[in-house]
Design a protein around this ligand. Structure first.
Ligand SMILES: [Zn+2]
Length: 625
């Protein structure tokens, strides 16, 4: 429940986006309706929304009616949970409408006001229901069993209740909980310090490129300059950029160590053995999933090394260097797709997932679930939102006719289909799915798209572009993110063993990991000394705790599912639907098992590496021609 409210509040966070209003970008009114989402399915108009919000406000006032009484009977507990979810469902729908409307045009203050109104109601909602989790947690398991026997309807919420009760051992007394909560004022500080330093106060290094251009290496420009075609320029850019972090390694390191100590402070006080165990306990993921990922990826480093060697060959260099990694091995091929063309194409791409899937995607196109074009002051980027349980999900796009737009749409449609099927097959209280499974549905679609495009490529050049981009995706998402996961684990272990952790030590640990992953000692890829400071550039280590590993696991499971669907056809599709239709009806690991993969076995890794090797075979075949 805590989790549900948190999710809903995170939907409210508003990032202000500054967009260049160039002449080509149209006003929203100039876009034909069929390319814009239809929010009127949620509420006829803003007045109807306001009325619904006022009605919910009345309900919210009554949400604490049973405060202090949840241990009285199964019936009281049941009716309280029912009222909670009933109100939460309305609340989500109100948020979805307010936020979508706001994202259409960030200039409109009247829309911003709606998001503020619903945010205020959200605060009230949290206050009125804050007693729920603690009271449910306090119900004695024997008493709870009697509740189920006396009032069998309560069984419908068993997983929801169990999810709260299983934290019993890790929940403290009310006074202790208050102290822990107030510690947040201090433990959040390293994150603030890092972000101020990295985004504002850190000096920006400059280098002069071979063409005389003076390159200022801010974080965003580094991403551009690290791909420059001239090799010496790249080397210069990397050296200047990372040595700049090196100058501050002990400051950034001491700060990061403070954050890691904070993680352990919470874990220890909540009686977990480690911060890793505590982080994974939320979605109930066994620690062995994490260790399996690291073990398996290390075992499969030869596949990464094969790719790096292929990259070296395609770049035509004697020895590959770490600063060559972001240079494209293939010429970007100019592929253009209009919205209409992409719709037709995607219906074919998704054919392996069966008729039901394709027909639902068709509905998304025909019934205006998607807002396609960039318009003045529309929110940038892309997302899918499926939180309005009784209605269709919505997708925001900023379409620009290139391959990236097409693959982004395939990705977001994966989330949208996941939400649609979860909402359709699960009661509201089990419709919300965990991050751990969310990106499976989206990256499965990217896999299918790549397959389709390769099969239908018009030239070898196009094929190389598609296969090459796919390999880069696997390198950066599977291998690079796992190396981060390994680093994160190593530095936590040092703090948890009571040993000192300095920036210098972090650099040494990071350097060892990167050299191992990239085959430095085997002569696969030279990792220059200054790369040891790269950890200081990765904001995830300070902004999250044990989050990045999910990028790797999601893509590995999705690739494995895609391989199974290709090899086995319908039976594998039917199983895959366990995830799409399962929502939050079971723990994510259980859903993945039901869908036919054991996260603790090597199967998913074997299938993914086989796929990666197949792609490299195809590239070599073209090159050998
Ligand atoms: Zn996604």
């Amino acid at each position: 429940m805590k989790h549900l409210i948190k999710t809903s509040l995170s939907l409210l966070i508003v990032f202000f986006v500054f967009q260049n209003t160039s002449a080509q970008i149209k006003e929203r009114s100039e876009i034909p309706d069929k390319y814009k989402w239809d929010l009127s399915v949620l509420y006829e108009n803003v007045d109807a929304w306001k009325q619904a919000k006022d009605e919910l406000a009345v309900k919210v006032e009554k949400l604490d009616a049973n405060k202090g009484k949840l241990n009285e009977s199964g019936e009281v507990l049941h009716s309280t949970i029912v009222s909670f979810f009933d109100a939460l469902k309305d609340f989500y729908q109100l948020i979805v409408y307010a936020n979508r409307l706001y994202d259409e045009d960030l200039r409109k203050s009247e829309n911003q006001e709606l998001t503020q109104q619903i945010s205020n109601l959200g605060t009230k909602f949290s206050e009125k229901t804050s007693y729920l989790s603690p009271e449910i947690l306090k119900i004695d398991p024997a008493a709870l069993q009697k509740f189920y026997d006396d009032f069998p309807q309560l069984k419908e919420y068993e997983l929801f209740i169990e999810n709260i009760q299983r934290l019993r051992e890790h929940t403290l007394t009310q006074e202790e909980e208050q102290i822990l909560a107030s510690a947040g004022l201090i433990t959040g500080n390293p994150t603030t310090v890092y972000n101020i330093f990295d985004n504002a106060e850190k000096p920006i290094p400059k280098v002069t490129l071979s063409n005389g251009e003076e390159a200022e290496l801010s974080a965003s420009l580094f991403v551009r300059y690290r791909t420059v075609p001239n090799r010496e320029d790249r080397a210069k850019v990397f050296e200047a950029f990372f040595n700049n972090y090196g100058k501050f390694q002990n400051t950034i390191g001491a700060n990061l160590a403070g954050k890691i100590k904070g993680d352990f402070f919470y874990a220890k006080n909540r009686k977990y053995d480690s911060a890793l165990e505590m982080s994974l306990s939320g979605p109930n993921i066994p620690v062995s999933v994490y260790t399996t990922l690291i073990d398996q990826i290390n075992k499969n480093l030869p596949t990464l090394h094969r790719f790096l060697d292929l990259k070296r060959r395609m770049l035509g260099v004697e020895t590959l260097n770490y600063y060559d990694l972001y240079t494209s091995i293939v010429k970007a091929v100019d592929m253009q797709f209009s919205v209409d063309e992409s719709q037709e194409l995607l219906l074919e791409v998704f054919e392996p997932l069966g008729e039901e899937y394709v027909n639902t995607v068709k509905m998304a196109f025909e019934n205006r679930w998607i807002d396609f074009y960039p318009t003045n002051s529309k929110r940038s980027g892309a997302y899918s939102s499926g939180a309005a349980y009784d209605h269709n999900p919505f997708i925001l796009m900023n379409w620009n006719d290139d391959y990236n737009a097409l693959s982004t749409l395939a990705h977001e449609l994966g989330h949208t289909m996941h939400s649609y099927f979860s909402n359709k097959h699960q009661p509201f209280h089990y419709s919300d799915y965990e991050t751990f499974v969310a990106e499976i549905a989206s990256t499965m679609n990217e896999n299918l798209l790549n397959d389709y495009m390769v099969k239908n490529a018009k030239s070898d050049e196009e094929k190389l572009f598609l296969l090459g981009s796919y390999l880069e995706l696997l390198r950066t998402t599977i291998f690079r993110q796992t190396s981060f996961a390994e680093f994160e684990w190593e530095i936590h272990k040092i703090i948890e063993a009571g040993e000192p952790l300095t920036g210098e030590k972090m650099s040494a640990i990071y350097f060892d990991i990167v050299k191992r992953y990239y085959g430095h000692d085997e002569g696969v890829c030279t990792v220059e000394d200054y790369i040891k400071y790269e950890w200081a550039y990765i904001p995830h280590f300070i902004n999250y705790t044990y989050y990045v590993y999910q990028y790797s696991t999601s893509l590995i499971y999705a690739t494995a599912f895609a391989e199974k669907v290709k090899a086995e056809g319908q039976p594998a599709v039917d199983k895959y639907y366990e995830i799409l239709k399962g929502g939050g009806s079971d723990y994510p690991i259980e859903l993945i098992k039901k869908a036919g993969l054991d996260p603790m076995s090597s199967e998913a890794f074997d299938l993914t590496m086989k796929r990666m090797n197949d792609v490299m075979d195809q590239i070599e075949e073209i090159l050998d021609k």
